[in-house]
Write a protein that binds this ligand. Sequence first.
Ligand code: FAD
Length: 382
Amino acid sequence: MSKTVVVLGGGIAGIATAHKLLKHTLPKLPGLKVVLVSASTHFYFNIAAVRGLIPGEIPDESLFQAIEPGFAKYPKGSFEFVVGTATALDLAGNAVQVSAAGGQDRTLVYDQLVIATGSSLANDVPFKTLGSYDETIQAWHKLQDQIKAAKSIVVAGAGPTGVETIGELANKYGTSKKLTLVIDGEVALPALLPSVGKAAESELKKMKVELLHKVRVTGVEDAGSEGTKLSLSDGKTLTADVFLPLYGVRPNTGFVPAHLLDAAGSVKVDKTLRVEGQTNVWAVGDVNNVELKVAMRAESQTVHLFPNLEAALLGKGDAALAEYKPSAQMMMFVTIGKKKGTGQIGTFKAFSFLVSYMKGRTLFVEKAPPLVAGKSMIRAAI
Ligand SMILES: Cc1cc2nc3c(=O)[nH]c(=O)nc-3n(C[C@H](O)[C@H](O)[C@H](O)COP(=O)(O)OP(=O)(O)OC[C@H]3O[C@@H](n4cnc5c(N)ncnc54)[C@H](O)[C@@H]3O)c2cc1C
């Protein structure tokens, strides 16, 4: 009997899951149909956005890859690419409503549903897809133009994205632009060992980045030709030509019924990565409530999800489902420009040369084409 899997989201988790089903499950289950729904026609390799925002550093064609051509090799009728946004989920009817490009609404009926709609930044910085590809690329080029013209740039948020972004800007522009990093706490990179945050700060200071500690941006005002006026929690103000608020991550779950979400809006899953209380709905990657919202974890989850999803499609029963064990070890590399970096491996601080060798040289942007082609993710094969 033919089965339909609807996969929502054209990020690492969604694209790899769709390819895995077509590559490995379709031969065992003729008649399988995979429908991939993506708000954007293009996959966006976010990890490299922190360098890509500098005009000329990373071409658009490397950062944004068309998704559909990678699926052309599968048998006719086995794959459908729907450019659109999931807007509502009917669990009882096994159906998802999609507002498709061109203004039509579609109802997609599924046997199994995979929610892989990821997350957005809390502010509309185009470091993640902003709706369609056209909307994203327009916002992206506008930001690149603003960065080029700016004499002063303030980044707020000293997590990995904020630190990597200010590091790239300092590496490229040196003191020709005034660069400021607003750090909420005592030290940058608060989720990592204090020694890692201190190492990052030490590099940034050498590059003449101004570091403001224990303050938050509390107000943002358009100051016309003077740029943006920022009010700070210590009562002071700052003006900047470009302000990048790089804090806060929001799961893309507006279409998911509230009882399936935790307090932060992430989809609650059980140990098999199936949505709590559901028999045929799964959630993988940034969108779920399992662990840190980073690509490396999204990848591990995708690798784990696939045999469970396949077992469900093949009617093997719940006993065949394996439990996912979130990584207990902290592993994070934070680049500071192309040649420097810091990070954490377990309870150890990573050496700067290791981070720059492993990640800083290319920010893994070469991993995007094999992903959309269905060959590999960042480390794992598809
Ligand atoms: C600037 C930046 C740097 C990063 N650096 C690193 C790093 O160095 N290392 C690391 O491990 N991780 C990093 N990350 C995190 C990493 O990008 C995410 O963990 C990863 O992208 C998660 O993949 P995903 O497939 O779960 O979701 P996403 O990448 O968020 O993809 C979800 C997709 O679903 C689409 N979508 C959303 N809502 C809907 C809807 N309703 N209907 C249809 N489609 C929808 C979105 O447009 C998007 O294309 C970084 C993130 C950013 C923003």
